[in-house]
Structures are given as structure tokens and as C-alpha cells.
Ligand binder design. Sequence first.
Ligand code: ZN
Length: 113
Amino acid sequence: MHEFSLAIDLVDQLTEALARENATKVVSINVVIGAMSGVERVPFEFAFPQAAEGTALQGAVLNIQEVPLILKCSDCNQQTETDDLIMICPLCNSVSVEIVQGKEFLIKSMEVQ
Ligand SMILES: [Zn+2]
């Protein structure tokens, strides 16, 4: 499962960050998942506690903030939020769009002990 290996990577990253901060336990983490990140929220929520088991992240509260896809169109020069995960401007149907937001998969913050 894709989300499971992502969860393991996340746990590894956080374990390293924890060592740098001389902390021993992660209380909670805030993760941002973009609509176009390719990460599914539900499988990730399922995978995280398994990946965290036996690490300093065991029992940590996982808070997920989902961010929508925002496209910027170079033809009509507008930024639009869209639920359709396609690279077409919803206003003028141009394909000259770039992603402003929505590809994120990152750790926004964490609370440690
Ligand atoms: Zn447009």
C-alpha cells in the first residue's frame, strides 16, 4: 500500500526531528494533504498508527488538514479552487494552468514532549 510506505517515511522523518530536539515523544502531528498529492486520507489514517507502533510516535494524535486544488490560469489570469482534479481552467477551459496549491503532502507542525 502506497500510504503505508508514506506513513513509514513520515515516522522516520519525525523520529530524526525528535532526536534533534532532544524530545522523546510526539504528542500530536499536523499533516497537510493536498487534493492532488496522490495521498488518500483514509488509508493514510489507517496506516499511520501501524507505522508508528513501537516508535516515539506511538499514540500520537494525527490531525489532517486537507487542502483543495487551486489552479492559476495564464489565459484568463484567474486563480480558482476546483473539486475536479483535472488541469483545466474552470472559468475559460484553458489548459494553460499551473498548480498553486494542492500537491502538498507535508508535516506542518508537531507537538513533542
Ligand atoms: Zn482561465
